[in-house]
Design a protein around this ligand. Structure first.
Ligand code: ADP
Ligand code: MG
Length: 729
């Protein structure tokens, strides 16, 4: 039998792009048709029910049972008209995936007749058998139950004949077992804190909410080639593979024309996304071959998070239709760029002011500066936590690698804003300003152009960059549930704004005028948070030294970085903001550590298996051929000629022998290290041991395999090579 590798290559060459039909000429004709949005609510709900849902969305008030029945009936009517037969509570357990359990709308009546039904209680609350979802020990046996509860702020939608209802997932005793619960709590926290601060400037603000636009990067690999790589199938990344002679050096992929098959895939998932009301806007090729990006228009953060998860699911499903496999892993291929998910974040008021956009007047710019400086201060204060929220086995390949922001957190502000902050800082450090100079300063602030969106003033190497009217958290990995970093960001900024507010209040009680008080506190924050600001090249070696001088932490080890979740600082901040308590934090940290351990464990097993079952037999076969060849030379040539001709071949044989022995020895050692690590009870220690003792073997073993790949007969090499995975489509 020919190798799967060659069969796969032949299959790829026969592929044709699938023709994609648009449902209508205009996107607006079918945008949101599968979403139970405001318009549909108005149509299918009584006025009373509609108002009650809207109130619950705006104020977070519970919907009473009678009303819930009415809402459920309306939802069911809409859904069944659209052909839905089932419903599900859709939630985000701590596994970074989404979960659902489908129930049919049917019930048996007293006379055993089947009727369609969907009650208010089925809408509002469910008890999935949730015992297999990770909780980090929060649910012990007597309280093993968890329940899901409706989140009316994210509309229900239909996917594949199933009405999906976004829900939170909490334990019987009320602890969060998901990402959405703390996300909603953090949104409430920042709403409260930010609204209060807004009132210094604008009395009409009653609500503030974070906005989020996440740019999703991904790789596409042909399905057939994917299935010929057990490492991709089982770990989402290649554990071996020599770099292709050509990869991204020529930078000929970035923004170049999109290949036909890929373009068909993009159109297809975009259509489905539009039907679900996901505003995908931008699509382009990324830097690495076969790497692409998709960015939606930003939305309120909770909805944007649901939409990102839904989009990832959609992309997975639809890629199959096009014989692609989509990879969200942060580093599927060594030596070419990995995939991130830049999270663009800002704060908007209910009267439409973007709090991180410079305004037109000195007054609105003081508002802008207030939120900007407080955000910088919050990032400085909680940099370790922010890193922890995005650190994972996958993202570890990016952070600290020379392509993505390093494991040092810093903030980039750009020239103009930096100068502005420097100006304010100098006032206090050098001398007191004259009244004229103060006016000048205020006028200067007034001169911040309303739109700073200048592409030349972008720092692509910064983990956390101000981009003119928002911050862009660039260190987030492609597979991450964005709720995780956004929860931390919302909470840290909320906590900071509360402090700011009380410091201003203290000064005002001492008869300092309001604006002056705000200035003084901001000045203090600018000075205190200065070490986190960095405008230079984050990839450079100098930055590592400079950051150390500034006492900024640089933690590359994943389990170690997660310690920040349980630092006193984090526990206090989250509990002050009512986002996560200590028990919840302990639970989810444990889940993350376990996930890390399992990932490395699986990678180590898979690599060991492939090395022994695929690579060694192939290498040994080729080695035997060489030996046979040398024997032949000896037979037909005289002694001198033989010696001359066989020298290079003998070296090759020795080289192959070296790699074979290396693989055998290291796989054995790695198994021993794993056994030792598995005996460790403590979750943190076990993860740490996997990171320090097991993980390094992955690179060591890989090195031998990649060398062999260059030597061994191409005809017999069993796994698709990088040049095939990345360039054949
Ligand atoms: P780039 O690659 O240059 O960063 P993109 O257009 O790919 O830009 O992505 C920018 C993202 O930022 C989009 O998702 C966009 O909607 C989002 N964005 C723009 N303004 C805001 C804002 N005020 N709050 C949150 N996200 C925003
Ligand atoms: Mg970006």
């Amino acid at each position: 039998m020919a190798h799967l590798r060659f069969q796969a290559l032949q299959e790829v060459l026969r592929r044709q792009p699938i023709e994609v039909k648009y449902p209508s000429k205009k996107i607006s004709d079918y945008y949101g048709i599968n979403v139970f949005d405001k318009q549909k609510m108005q149509k299918y709900l009584s006025i009373e029910a509609y108002r009650s849902v809207q109130k619950s969305i705006d104020k977070g008030i519970r919907i009473d049972r009678k009303i819930a029945d009415g809402v459920a009936a309306g939802m069911k009517a809409w859904a069944t008209e659209k052909g839905a037969t089932h419903y599900t509570h859709w939630f985000h357990p701590l596994t970074d995936a989404t979960a659902e359990k489908h129930d049919a709308f049917i019930e048996l009546s007293d006379t055993d007749v089947v009727i369609e039904n969907f009650s208010g209680s089925a809408l509002v609350q469910q008890e999935p058998d949730a015992s297999s979802f990770p909780s980090g020990g929060i649910r012990n046996t007597f309280e093993a139950r968890g329940y899901t509860a409706w989140d009316p702020s994210s509309p229900a939608f239909i996917v594949d004949n199933t009405l999906s209802i976004p829900t939170i997932f909490v334990s019987y005793t009320g602890e969060a077992l998901d990402h959405k619960t703390p996300l909603l709590r953090s949104m409430a926290a920042i709403d409260k804190a930010a609204t209060e601060v807004c009132l210094y400037f604008d009395r009409s603000v009653t609500k503030v909410y974070p906005t989020l636009g996440s740019e999703q990067e991904y790789f596409l690999i042909d399905d057939a080639l994917f299935h010929a790589r057990p490492d991709l199938v089982l770990t989402d990344r290649t554990l071996m593979g020599h770099a292709s002679a050509k990869d991204q050096q020529l930078e000929d992929h970035y923004f170049s024309s999109i290949p036909e098959r890929v373009s068909a895939f993009m159109k297809d998932f975009e259509i489905e996304a539009y039907k679900l009301g996901i505003p995908v806007k931008t699509r382009h090729n990324e830097v690495a071959p076969n790497q692409f990006e998709c960015a939606p228009i930003f939305e309120e953060a909770n909805l944007a998070t649901d939409h990102n998860l839904l989009l990832m699911d959609l992309m997975k499903t639809i890629s199959r239709r096009h014989s692609f496999k989509i990879l969200f892993h942060e580093k599927p291929f060594a030596d070419v760029n990995g995939s991130g998910k830049h999270c663009n974040w800002s704060l908007v008021t209910d009267n439409g002011i973007n709090l991180l956009a410079p305004g037109k007047t000195p007054r609105t710019n003081l508002l802008f500066l207030t939120f900007l400086v407080n955000t910088v201060k919050a990032v400085h204060e909680h940099a370790d936590l922010l890193r922890a929220t995005i650190s994972s086995a996958g993202n570890a390949h990016r952070l600290g690698g020379n392509e993505a922001p390093p494991a040092i957190m810093s903030v980039f502000l750009g020239d103009r804003v930096s100068k502005m902050l420097d100006l304010i800082e100098q006032e206090v450090t050098e001398r007191k300003m004259t009244p004229d100079e103060k006016t000048e300063l205020k006028l200067n602030i007034g001169k911040i152009p309303q739109i700073l969106l200048d592409n030349t003033d972008r720092n692509r190497t910064s983990p956390f960059a101000f981009t003119g009217n928002r911050f862009e958290f660039r260190a987030v990995g492609a597979s991450t549930n964005v709720a995780s970093p956004i929860i931390a960001l919302n909470s840290a900024v909320a906590d900071q704004l509360v402090k700011f507010n009380s410091e201003v209040q203290v000064l005002m009680k001492k008869k300092v005028k309001k604006d002056e008080a705000i200035f003084q506190v901001l000045r203090k924050y600018i000075i205190e948070s200065k070490p986190i600001r960095f405008e230079g090249n984050n990839y450079g070696k100098e930055w590592i030294r400079e950051a150390a001088k500034r006492k900024l932490s640089n933690i590359k080890d994943v389990p170690e970085s997660m310690d920040a979740f349980l630092s006193q600082k984090t526990i206090d901040m989250y509990s002050r903001q009512g986002v996560l308590d200590k028990r919840e934090l302990e639970g989810r940290t444990k889940v993350r550590l376990e996930m890390y351990t399992k990932r490395i464990q699986i990678e180590a097993r898979v690599l060991g298996d492939i090395a022994i079952n695929h690579i060694l037999p192939t290498a040994i076969k080729y080695q035997s051929e060489l030996i046979e060849n040398v024997r032949g030379l000896k037979e037909i040539f005289d002694e001198d000629e033989y010696r001359e001709l066989s020298a290079a071949r003998l070296d090759r044989i020795k080289e192959i022998t070296g790699h074979i022995s290396g693989i055998m020895a290291k796989v054995g050692e790695m198994i021993e290290e794993r056994k030792k690590a598995n005996r460790i009870e403590d979750t943190r220690k076990r993860a740490g041991t996997y990171s320090i003792k097991v993980y390094p073997y992955l690179a060591d073993i890989r090195e031998h395999i990649d060398k062999l790949e260059l030597i061994v007969d191409n005809e017999t090499w069993p796994l698709p090579k990088y040049r095939e995975l990345l360039f054949v489509r």
